[in-house]
Design a protein around this ligand. Sequence first.
Ligand SMILES: *[C@@H]1O[C@H](CO)[C@@H](O)[C@H](O)[C@H]1NC(C)=O
Ligand SMILES: *[C@@H]1O[C@H](CO)[C@@H](O)[C@H](O)[C@H]1NC(C)=O
Ligand SMILES: *[C@@H]1O[C@H](CO)[C@@H](O)[C@H](O)[C@H]1NC(C)=O
Ligand SMILES: *[C@@H]1O[C@H](CO)[C@@H](O)[C@H](O)[C@H]1NC(C)=O
Ligand SMILES: *[C@@H]1O[C@H](CO)[C@@H](O)[C@H](O)[C@H]1NC(C)=O
Ligand SMILES: *[C@@H]1O[C@H](CO)[C@@H](O)[C@H](O)[C@H]1NC(C)=O
Ligand SMILES: *[C@@H]1O[C@H](CO)[C@@H](O)[C@H](O)[C@H]1NC(C)=O
Ligand SMILES: *[C@@H]1O[C@H](CO)[C@@H](O)[C@H](O)[C@H]1NC(C)=O
Ligand SMILES: *[C@@H]1O[C@H](CO)[C@@H](O)[C@H](O)[C@H]1NC(C)=O
Ligand SMILES: *[C@@H]1O[C@H](CO)[C@@H](O)[C@H](O)[C@H]1NC(C)=O
Length: 819
Amino acid sequence: MLKLTLLKPLLLLFALFFLQSCSLCTAADTISIAHPIKDPEEIVSSGQTFKLGFFSPGNISDNRYVGVMMNIPSQTVIWVANRDRPLRDSSGFVTVSEDGNLVVMNGQKQILWSSNVSFPIANSSAQLLDSGDLVLRENSNGRILWGSFQIPTDSFLQDMRLGGNTNNNIKLTSWRSPTDPSVGNFSFGIDPLRMPEFFIWNGSKPYWRSGPWNGNVYIGVPGMSSGYQNRFELVNDKGSVFFTHSFFNDSASMYYVLSSSGILLENILYKGSANSKITWTSLRSECDVYGKCGPFGICDPQHKPICTCLRGFEPTDKEEWDKGNWTGGCSRKAMLQCNMNNSSVHNGKPDGFLKFDNVKVPDFADLVEFLKANTEEQCGNLCMQNCSCVAYSYNRGIGCMHWSNGIIDIQQFSFDGADLYIRLTFSELDHVKGKRKQKAVVASIVSIGSVFIAISAYFVWKCLTKYRGKASRMGVLLDNIDQPKIEELPLYSFETLTKATGNFDLKNKLGEGGFGPVYKGRLLNGQEIAVKRLSSSSTQGIKELTNEVVLISKLQHRNLVRLLGCCFEREEKMLIYEYVPNKSLDVYLSGSQKSELLDWRQRAFIIEGIGRGLLYLHRDSRLKIIHRDLKASNVLLDNELNPRISDFGLARIFGSNQDQANTNKVVGTYGYMAPEYAMGGKFSEKSDVYSFGVLLLEIVSGKRNSIYKDENDLSLIGYAWKLWNDNGAIKLLYAPLSDPSMEMEVMRYIHVGLLCVQEMAKDRPNIPTVLSMLNSEISELPPPKLPAYTARLCLSNNEFSQLSLDSVNDVTITSVQGR
Ligand SMILES: *[C@@H]1O[C@H](CO)[C@@H](O)[C@H](O)[C@H]1NC(C)=O
Ligand SMILES: *[C@@H]1O[C@H](CO)[C@@H](O)[C@H](O)[C@H]1NC(C)=O
Ligand SMILES: *[C@@H]1O[C@H](CO)[C@@H](O)[C@H](O)[C@H]1NC(C)=O
Ligand SMILES: *[C@@H]1O[C@H](CO)[C@@H](O)[C@H](O)[C@H]1NC(C)=O
Ligand SMILES: *[C@@H]1O[C@H](CO)[C@@H](O)[C@H](O)[C@H]1NC(C)=O
Ligand SMILES: *[C@@H]1O[C@H](CO)[C@@H](O)[C@H](O)[C@H]1NC(C)=O
Ligand SMILES: *[C@@H]1O[C@H](CO)[C@@H](O)[C@H](O)[C@H]1NC(C)=O
Ligand SMILES: *[C@@H]1O[C@H](CO)[C@@H](O)[C@H](O)[C@H]1NC(C)=O
Ligand SMILES: *[C@@H]1O[C@H](CO)[C@@H](O)[C@H](O)[C@H]1NC(C)=O
Ligand SMILES: *[C@@H]1O[C@H](CO)[C@@H](O)[C@H](O)[C@H]1NC(C)=O
């Protein structure tokens, strides 16, 4: 103690001396052979955010470590170089060695730590960046040879990547204790062989899990879905999977620290503030400890005791369980019918599923191929048919999850989480009635084939109403996922975009959309983007334009292309979108080899997805949007063949922005425009429904409306209408797809398509009704009336505009594009 108190002022004096003598040193953020640093010197990143220097954690030892610290009074350490081999005194220094590696040496010139790049580089220097990354560069060409973000210690900063592949998996590792930075027992990261999800491990055993990533949130972390300002992102880089995160508000940053006791701490640091604040921790209750209640146990922090067995299960070891040793978990009270060969036991009554609301889904989910199950109902049916499936859960962002062994790590949340269905015997479900949290869903299969039969009309009815109600409620719920608030839209500089697109190189041009050319680009951080360079026909000022773009950027939905930001600079107006890899839908229509790539299920999935995107635009978003130019080339397909609608909201900028109105600016595409819009400039939800109908018929038939022509001069719509009246509508289906088992469904889709393209707007269903019709919630469909444009319009665009001009006074067609 005495020694310390005496030393302190001395050290301080030394520090002051060095600081002063060092204010003359140049290259304050760089270390090289010529400019090593010696304890207690330091380097500071150019923006003053981080520094690299020597420290002794706590006050308990003379051990010295070299690390990167936040340049704030608390000097929070975010990375340590020589964590396992401390310097024993203050004679250490950091330099670049002869072979070009960054090294930490003691006074005897022994290397305690090295960046350990295996090939010799000879001429290099290390620089501390404002992101906190310490990088080693080759001097001759600036190439980065090594970076501290590749071997993090216990902190996960913005711009850092955790994850990778089985050979190189980047994880955080905890300190051994708050005063000992050596490698501790806990690590944090992802398992590259499993669904993307964060784990904390204690040694090799899981200690906490986040629940799977659904594209927006980790579904086992309640509270992420609304008002949460930190955005995680999954990066798929040549077979390696990483998570990164970034904060929405430039006035603060967020970072995560894995504490030496295995708790992940989320911290926020406001610009200019002296300390960061903890905003969340992974251990909010005992229930957050992995597998607390063992297999088939459920943990509820609000309940005493916290562990109970799931309904239908009892403690495996009753004595231990009652003592509070829950690790043995629970076992079934009665064997499942499915696994038995002895029907007398349950009178042949079928197994069913019991629903648990708001739970953390168990570990070890198997993901069912999304084409086999892309609704909750299909997910449940598949599970029912497979005796080894003991539970299922469906999430729109993830798809259908099945569990086949002992299920472990279930927690009861009070909000968020998932609906989990667990397979139970009939006898267990029988007396489950009216309980709030637990609802029975019973269905039954005959062992031969997979035909569902009704055992009890009451139960089947209950089941159906529940499924239906649930499905639509869930649709609305998920469609409404409130993204974190963005008050301001990211502005990209012209320079950034020029670089990203290789100076708008023709090679990078993705296409020419209605409002200007679109280029593919890649930002410095590797993110791929699509840049729409608007041809300046907007009459709005920059301020109105920005307001409009901010509003549009808030529309975020799985079936919409995300608007990331904009650039209004040097007379340029550009919108930056996420890049969607699988091209637009028109590539898959006739005239391309790709048209054979989509089978019927995929087509139905795409049609429904487009419908959901439109539903969001029309009904569910805060801002009602009439698209006005829905067409195949405005629907992009992502990696999972999810359709993503693009160009929504642009008509508001370039046309007029009333929701339902007459406009003197028609923005649309020949072949997709409803007659009242094309001829009269009158647009509404129903004109979008018309375009949707055309698109539906195109997807089913694999033919393009605008170039389709049959021998009788019928349009695609006219042809569909003729087939319909000749009772041959199934012939509309793209020939290679015909399969009698899906005829009913195909016919229903065509029927709905024809309802959408009816001549009179008032006869067309609205989008919610269209969706209900497609998934047969509405089973009785009205007969379609005569559609618009049954005869092919053999007009060029000019003639078409002329026609409209002649037929309607005061309407100017400014932007009618062919395709
Ligand atoms: C170290 O000692 C100083 C002064 O004695 C005290 O203010 C500080 O809180 C101590 N730090 C730790 C981590 O114990
Ligand atoms: C450097 O790498 C080699 C093998 O690549 C390894 O054996 C050695 O332990 C590493 N040294 C340090 C200090 O990390
Ligand atoms: C290293 O590079 C610097 C700058 O490029 C140059 O001035 C210096 O001579 C080089 N040193 C060696 C040993 O090659
Ligand atoms: C780390 O785990 C070992 C056993 O694997 C245990 O003996 C040790 O106490 C643990 N250390 C800490 C800091 O928890
Ligand atoms: C981590 O694992 C070790 C050894 O298995 C155990 O002793 C320790 O209690 C565990 N720590 C926690 C926080 O569970
Ligand atoms: C807890 O119970 C399991 C059996 O369920 C037993 O194997 C284990 O030893 C028990 N642990 C303790 C600490 O008693
Ligand atoms: C039921 O019994 C038959 C023959 O007795 C056997 O082939 C079959 O595998 C059994 N099924 C199950 C699920 O045990
Ligand atoms: C079926 O189970 C019942 C009740 O456990 C038993 O009495 C009967 O012998 C079993 N039948 C067969 C064929 O195993
Ligand atoms: C049943 O489920 C198991 C485990 O998920 C899976 O391996 C098997 O392929 C499934 N069987 C069928 C017929 O789908
Ligand atoms: C960013 O944070 C600052 C400080 O808390 C706050 O005043 C401002 O409103 C925030 N901006 C946004 C867009 O959230």
